[in-house]
Design a protein around this ligand. Structure first.
Ligand code: AMP
Length: 210
């Protein structure tokens, strides 16, 4: 099964993508994670991406499309795509690469998005995500899973989040209508507890299969 996750920053799409990937035994492909990994290792791709991610801007389409085309060509069984496509050019490029079965759109308000993102802390070693209020680690600043250090992502401060949200509304949100017209859209209320959002997604996927 080939699934795309859509939703604004902080909607929980990364968390839900990981849960669906585990349930369906499919790879979770996050463009943000791939860029961050490349930035950490200071690869050529990472050096280029860093200039954009730090400002909350999108990495150029040609670079991102090529990276995803290479990655998807290795996934015959399916995938959960998180963070791509982010604009209509990327959606068209994806259409040419493969057929998508479902697009899951997780909605939250902008205020909720900023509230969630500015408290987000990410493990620098394993990428596990925590929150200063909603998902505190057992020991402050330390990852429960791998004992790595928890840091605020460079692009998770309020100013950059607002910029990322602006881009989301202008470029990514129109994709919701595009996929609704394609009849593959599943709409989910993201302002609910993590397990309830997950339950709603699973229920909808099962209903669609019938
Ligand atoms: P995310 O973790 O999905 O919020 O992505 C973090 C950053 O990576 C974004 O703000 C962009 O700079 C970059 N990025 C992630 N996915 C894409 C994409 N599909 N196209 C362009 N840039 C992206």
């Amino acid at each position: 099964m080939k699934i795309v996750m859509l939703g604004p920053q902080g909607s929980g799409k990364g968390t839900q993508a990981a849960k669906i990937a585990e349930k369906l035994n499919l790879p979770h492909i996050s463009t943000g994670d791939i860029f961050r990994e490349n930035i950490k290792n200071q690869t050529e791709l990472g050096k280029l991406a860093q200039e954009y991610t730090n400002l909350g801007k999108l990495v150029p389409d040609e670079v991102t499309n090529k990276m995803i085309a290479d990655r998807l060509s290795k996934e015959k069984k399916g995938f959960i795509l998180d963070g791509y496509p982010r604009n209509s050019k990327q959606a068209k490029a994806l259409e040419e690469m493969t057929h998508i079965d479902y697009v899951i759109n997780i909605e939250i308000s902008d205020n909720e998005s900023v509230r969630r993102i500015s408290g987000r802390r990410t493990c620098e070693s394993c990428g596990e995500v925590f929150h200063t209020i909603f998902k505190k680690p057992k020991n402050e600043g330390v990852c429960d899973k791998c004992k790595g250090k928890l840091l605020q992502r460079d692009d998770d401060n309020e100013e950059v989040v607002r910029k990322r949200l602006e881009i989301y509304h202008e470029m990514t949100k129109p994709l919701v209508d595009f996929y609704r017209n394609e009849d593959v859209l599943i709409e989910i209320n993201g302002e609910q507890p993590i397990m309830k959002v997950f339950k709603d997604i699973v229920m909808n996927l099962e209903r669609e299969k019938e």
